[in-house]
Design a protein around this ligand. Structure first.
Ligand SMILES: CC(C)(COP(=O)(O)OP(=O)(O)OC[C@H]1O[C@@H](n2cnc3c(N)ncnc32)[C@H](O)[C@@H]1OP(=O)(O)O)[C@@H](O)C(=O)NCCC(=O)NCCSC(=O)/C=C/c1ccc(O)cc1
Length: 360
């Protein structure tokens, strides 16, 4: 075998070091977007029963009116792509026995990427580099294991696939109509930020995912020719309340950090007011620790997987405002998201500097 004409690169270890990033995956930009139609929660029961021709279901309407009450639901307003005009053009969406999946998918296939692109454009603008510098679309492992990687993560949720009138539905599905809203969120993630263009917002120190045993049916979604029906067990707030602390203890033990929960900043997925109340209680959190989550729930509702990006955006704005006023802002924090499974995702975050948190 002949010579290759130059010295072989040192060792495999050195090659691997050169391929990988030095620092942790870091959030370098955040962007969010919503469709234009905004629905006040107090107006929703009247709207919902009117557009679905269900005014005769007076008991159910009374129950939903109680649940939608702004203070009880913790939701003031939500954004919805499916407005009255679109519903009038697609009356089959109201009836859970009519075949409407194709029409829903067609509408969503245009609307979901469009909303994701709007959020991504804002995240890219904050990041400060051209969109063509994005190297991957999914994020922590990619950013840390590929030196120079810049990952665009975009989540977009539009509820039109699961909108139904109340007739013939289960109560939990009808309650779901009052919880979920539409929105998109995007973050740019990369390691070893290049100053001064790139500014680290949150470093990701640790990420884990776990499911709560025997809760497969607690949050479920069923696709049929009529659309998608989700089911929410009334036990969800309790199940999460019983399990979040174990995830947090595991995360901080792995990192070797001992943390008092009240010394951290918090970005929790606001799945519903009762979920936040339960978590507040089990962790013994001081008033205001979940303020970013409660604010996002109030102004946007539950936007499924997207919501936590809105919470992160809200949190960094609050931290910047507090820092400007000379207030103390915790250096370490936690982001937690929940979904079908029941899945609990836990991420320990480190905020390198308060100066970077203001956003566009
Ligand atoms: C705001 C709620 C809905 C209502 O609170 P409340 O007004 O204080 O009142 P109650 O809790 O007493 O409930 C009022 C009524 O509704 C009933 N109810 C109350 N939840 C129920 C119920 N799930 N069933 C069936 N009856 C019920 C409850 O029994 C009661 O009935 P009634 O006594 O006849 O008036 C509250 O219960 C709450 O926050 N629940 C949690 C909602 C929940 O499960 N959220 C998680 C959704 S899943 C998620 O966030 C993530 C999704 C995701 C998806 C995809 C991804 O990729 C990623 C993520």
């Amino acid at each position: 075998m002949g010579s290759m004409g130059r010295a072989l690169p040192a060792t495999v270890d050195e090659i691997r070091r050169a391929q990988r990033a030095d620092g942790p995956a870091t959030v370098l930009g955040i962007g969010t977007a919503n469709p234009p139609t905004c629905m006040a929660q107090d107006d929703y029961p009247d709207y919902y029963f009117r557009v679905t021709n269900s005014e005769h279901l007076t008991d159910l309407k009374a129950k939903l009116t109680r649940i939608c009450n702004n203070k009880k639901s913790g939701i003031r307003q939500r954004y919805l792509h499916l407005d009255e005009e679109l519903l009038a053009a697609n009356p089959d969406f109201i009836d859970r026995t009519r075949s409407s999946l194709d029409a829903r998918v067609e509408m969503a296939s245009a609307a979901v990427p469009e909303l994701a692109a709007a959020a991504a454009a804002k995240a890219i603008a904050e990041w400060g580099r051209p969109a063509t510098d994005i190297t991957h679309l999914l994020a922590k492992e990619l950013a840390e294991n590929n030196r120079g990687a810049r990952v665009l993560v975009a989540c977009s949720e539009i509820t039109l696939i699961a909108f139904y009138g109340p007739e013939g539905g289960c109560v939990d599905n009808i309650i779901g109509q009052t919880l979920f809203g539409d929105g998109a969120g995007a973050v740019i993630v990369g390691a070893d930020p290049v100053a001064p263009v790139e500014r680290p917002l949150f470093e990701m120190a640790f990420a884990s995912q776990t499911t709560i045993p025997e809760t497969e049916d607690a949050i479920s979604m069923q696709i049929s020719k009529c659309g998608m029906e989700y089911h929410l067990s009334s036990q969800v707030p309790r199940l999460l309340g019983c399990n979040v602390e174990r995830c947090l203890v595991d995360a901080f033990r792995t990192l070797g950090i001992s943390a008092a929960w009240n010394d951290l900043f918090w970005a929790i997925h606001p799945g519903g007011r009762a979920i936040l109340d339960n978590i507040d209680e089990v962790l013994g959190l001081e008033d205001g620790k979940l303020a970013a989550s409660r604010r996002v729930l109030s102004e946007f509702g539950n936007m499924s997987g997207t919501t936590v990006i809105f919470v992160l955006d809200e949190l960094r704005r609050r931290r910047a405002a507090a820092a400007k006023q000379g207030g103390e802002t915790p250096e370490w924090g936690v982001m937690m998201a929940f979904g079908p499974g029941i899945t609990i995702e836990t991420m320990v975050l480190h905020a390198p500097s308060n100066l970077n948190l203001e956003g566009n």
